[in-house]
Design a protein around this ligand. Structure first.
Ligand SMILES: NC(=O)c1ccc[n+]([C@@H]2O[C@H](COP(=O)([O-])OP(=O)(O)OC[C@H]3O[C@@H](n4cnc5c(N)ncnc54)[C@H](O)[C@@H]3O)[C@@H](O)[C@H]2O)c1
Length: 377
């Protein structure tokens, strides 16, 4: 079958993961890329053998049926609406939009046009996270009752070449890192019923220490520390901490406590790792993830550590799902629910109240066992 032609809008830092992932895939082919900064599009076009065009040219190309939107969060909704108005499906980097209101507009437009919205994160497709899902689906720790999630570091101004957007609406540890954790929690436990939280800003300004903007001052406009609780429709409740004000800690990424045992998950920013299960009065045992796709290490981090990173599989699943007439897993509905949860943390802190979710979403089907993208075929 011919690969589906796709376009990429936004040729910055994360775009290499998508260009590289698409180049390895039989399901899609990047035909063209565009960026407000045309030089950025030209550089990626030369590197990956695609055409650099203007946003308008890309949207006017009848051969392109799906556009990946890798712009900054503030541009996610405006660019997604342009894509939908051009009659094309859109797949975005997270968060779905900078605000829930914008995200709802995007979803309503897609529904009116009969088009699909897909959205990162797709890390929950990863072998380690799907293996955790299988542990729960098979009842190995009984009924999930509680849990704990921690995403704690000291922020982005030390490495990203243009880190300002991380501290503006749509950024911050809640909206920037939160989607990985909430998407995985929904994958494991289903939709959220309500949340409560306290938030704060550690430093009103941040000084960039990465190049080329070393020394530039950023005004922080979003909370940088949050402690909250999520209550799921299933009845389970999970404590979540998200912060970019933390220099050191000893908490694990994600833990689920069930009536018959505990599950220790792995970093939901990546796809691999070794989850652990502990049954009552026994020792922790590793969970075998080898039967699941998307778990082999394939990328070196700046630290030199090897990780499994298959960003783009959510888009590949959407491309296959369009052909097969089935639902895709990294859906706009999931991303909208995730965004509502994340926005509710701050609203809860401001109002002092529990915030009940208006949106919901189906827990997506588990990713089939297998070796690679053929599991979508
Ligand atoms: N950098 C990462 O490691 C990473 C990881 C996962 C997800 N993300 C997400 O990916 C998105 C992009 O992040 P990034 O780090 O690549 O940012 P970036 O600033 O490096 O790149 C964004 C690009 O989008 C372009 N752009 C902005 N507005 C545009 C518009 N209206 N039309 C066309 N082009 C436009 C910019 O010129 C820039 O080249 C963000 O939502 C971020 O949260 C980033």
């Amino acid at each position: 079958m011919n690969p589906i032609s796709i376009g990429v809008i936004g040729c910055g830092n994360i775009s290499d993961a998508y260009f590289g992932g698409a180049a390895r895939s039989k399901l899609v082919r990047v035909k063209a890329c565009a960026d407000l900064n045309h030089a950025a599009a030209q550089a990626k076009a030369a590197q990956y053998g695609v055409a650099a065009v203007s946003v308008e040219q890309l949207l006017a190309d009848p051969e392109i049926s799906i556009v990946i939107n890798l712009t900054i969060p503030q541009a996610h909704a405006p660019v997604a609406l342009q894509v939908l108005d051009a009659g094309k499906h859109v797949y975005l980097e997270k968060p779905l939009a900078a605000t829930l209101k914008e995200a709802r507009t995007v979803m309503a437009r897609a529904e009116a046009q009969g088009l699909r919205v897909g959205c990162a994160p797709d890390t929950f497709f990863g072998a380690a996270h799907q293996a955790c899902r299988r542990v729960l689906d098979r009842g190995l720790i009984g009924k999930p009752v509680g849990g704990s999630v921690a995403v704690l570091s000291h922020g982005m101004e030390s490495w990203h070449p243009n880190p300002e957007f991380f501290f503006k609406p749509g950024g911050g540890p809640i909206l920037d890192m939160g989607p990985y954790y909430i998407a995985q929690l929904v994958n494991l436990l289903g939709p959220v019923a309500r949340v409560v939280a306290c938030t704060s800003i550690g430093n009103a300004t941040r000084t960039v220490t990465s190049e080329p903007l070393n020394g530039q001052l950023i005004q922080v406009e979003v909370p940088t520390t949050m402690n909250g609780v999520l209550e799921f429709v299933s009845g389970a409740n999970v404590a979540m901490s998200a912060s970019w004000d933390v220099w050191a800690h000893k908490r694990s990424f994600i833990e689920i406590y069930g009536t018959e045992g505990s599950l220790l998950g792995v970093n939901p920013n990546f796809f691999g790792g070794v989850p652990m299960v502990c049954k009552p009065n026994e020792d922790w045992q590793p969970v075998d993830i080898s039967a699941h796709p998307f778990g082999q290490d394939n990328r070196a981090l700046r630290s030199g550590a090897q990780v499994a990173d298959y960003r783009i599989v959510g888009l590949l699943d959407m491309a296959a799902a369009i052909r097969q007439g089935r639902a895709h897993r990294a859906s706009g509905a999931l991303a909208l629910h995730v965004l509502e949860v994340l926005e509710a943390f701050e609203r809860s802190s401001i109002t002092g109240a529990h915030i009940t979710m208006e949106s919901s979403c189906a827990q997506s089907d588990a990713v089939p066992l297998g070796a690679g993208e053929e599991v979508f075929a």
